[in-house]
Ligand binder design. Structure first.
Ligand code: NIG
Ligand code: FE
Length: 413
């Protein structure tokens, strides 16, 4: 099936932007009066609408002209770090936090991640499928067409499998592409008192099943003294790597260590980085590991943003994601968070858009097919009701796409 879409006041292809480092807005390729020619879910050509229409008229191509005067087309966004497969909420924790209690103290007192574990264990697989699908669709309405989804509120073989199976089933029900990640190493479950013993159990009894059932090919861990310290995390990740899994790490959220491990193991990404210092920032910049910053967690916890400007200045590949989860980041609005981060950290529009498109795709090893409007890439397109792309960040997430195009059709909301 071939379709020519248009007419777009502006198409931002992002196809010529560098994988890493600083980006100036002058580098943005903007096609005026543009058209996008798609074939079987992929982009065939991007260019001037009139010229493409002439070509299309000579062939069996459907021409779809939208009934709007002002439209800006961007690559569908990629949210490369979420925890949307959970049950219940943590409004009680949030009330305590805004009144001054710390995230770590709340966790010690029985709130925090283990509270969501209790609620998620009580939920059926069907409830988790419905929750995950609903949240994926909420992101899709914002133009997010690819969404990473972590397990991590099960913390036993059986419960982690329940969550990952639910993510797999939800991916058949939403139009967004879901990328599953196993975060069984989120925190120590109540059934264990020894962190190494728990991780050894996961490596022996869970990871092989994930491969057999084809449930996910990515492993994550929360590296922190209060969760899993550097050395025992390293032992676990090495086992996962030997089994062929891709790696990602919750790194440097409160203390450093995680990002160093991510670089040493050539992980796809090191995520959080609020506590990263010059040495970690330099290390990430020299590596191929994507630095994923999570403004939603900073907003949810009332903490500083990760040093995003510095990371870009020294040459890191920076992605921006929601971290949507019931505890630290309950909001789930990628564009709002990216806009606020950009205003605070002084990011250019090009850097901000790169962070939620092809640079986030790199954190998922999908940068050869997602995140740029380029021949051969997925035709995942977020279309906004404006003639000036700068309005998209200006409205700080309040301007939503009017059309999301994916899998050869309009996404029905
Ligand atoms: O990325 N830091 C660890 N994990 C999550 C929070 C999970 C939760 O609080 O439920 C995060 O912020
Ligand atoms: Fe997270």
């Amino acid at each position: 099936m071939e379709v020519l879409l248009g007419v777009f006041s502006q198409i931002l292809t992002l196809r010529n932007l560098a994988d890493k480092g600083k980006l100036e807005d002058e580098a943005l390729e903007i096609i005026s009066n543009g058209g996008i020619w798609v074939e079987n879910g992929k982009i065939k050509k991007v260019g001037n609408f009139e010229q493409l229409a002439k070509e299309a008229n000579n062939q069996e191509v459907e021409i779809l002209e939208f009934p709007y005067a002002d439209l800006v087309a961007l690559p569908g966004f990629v949210d490369c770090h979420t925890h949307i497969a959970f049950a219940g909420n943590r409004a009680k924790d949030y009330a305590l936090r805004i009144a001054g209690e710390s995230y770590l103290n709340i966790a010690k007192a029985g709130g925090g991640i283990l509270d969501s574990v209790r609620k998620t264990r009580q939920a059926t697989e069907n409830e988790l499928i419905a929750n995950t699908r609903q949240r994926a669709d909420f992101l899709l309405r914002q133009g997010v067409t690819t969404i990473e989804v972590k397990s991590g509120y099960g913390l036993s073989v059986e419960e982690e499998l329940k969550i990952l199976r639910a993510i797999q089933r939800a991916s058949l029900l939403t139009t967004a592409d879901l990328v599953p990640t196993c975060l069984a190493a989120h925190t120590l479950p109540p059934e264990f008192s020894d962190k190494s013993a728990y991780l050894e159990h996961l490596a022996n009894d869970l990871l092989p099943i994930l491969l057999q059932e084809n449930l996910c090919k990515r492993i994550d861990i929360f590296v922190e003294e209060t969760a899993f310290p550097y050395q025992i995390a390293k032992d676990y990740l090495l086992k996962a790597k030997n089994l062929g899994f891709e790696l990602t790490i919750h790194a440097d959220q409160f203390t450093t260590g995680g990002s160093r491990l991510a670089v040493e193991l050539n992980a796809l990404s090191a995520d959080h980085l609020e506590a990263s210092q010059d040495i970690e920032i330099q290390m990430l910049a020299k590596s191929e590991t994507v630095a994923v910053v999570l403004p939603g967690a900073s907003l949810g916890l009332g903490m500083n943003f990760a040093p995003t400007r510095q990371l870009l200045d020294v040459g890191a590949c920076v992605a921006i994601s929601t971290d949507w989860n019931p505890g630290s980041a309950p909001m789930g609005d990628l564009l709002l968070q990216a806009s606020v981060l950009a205003a605070s950290q002084k990011l250019s529009t090009a850097e901000t858009l790169a962070g939620i498109t092809f640079r986030a795709a790199k954190a998922l090893n999908l940068h050869h097919s997602k995140g740029r409007l380029q021949n051969g890439f997925s035709a995942d397109i977020a279309i906004f009701p404006t003639k000036d792309y700068r309005e998209i960040l200006y409205w700080q997430g309040q301007m939503k796409p009017i059309i999301v195009w994916k899998n050869d059709k309009f996404v029905e909301f």
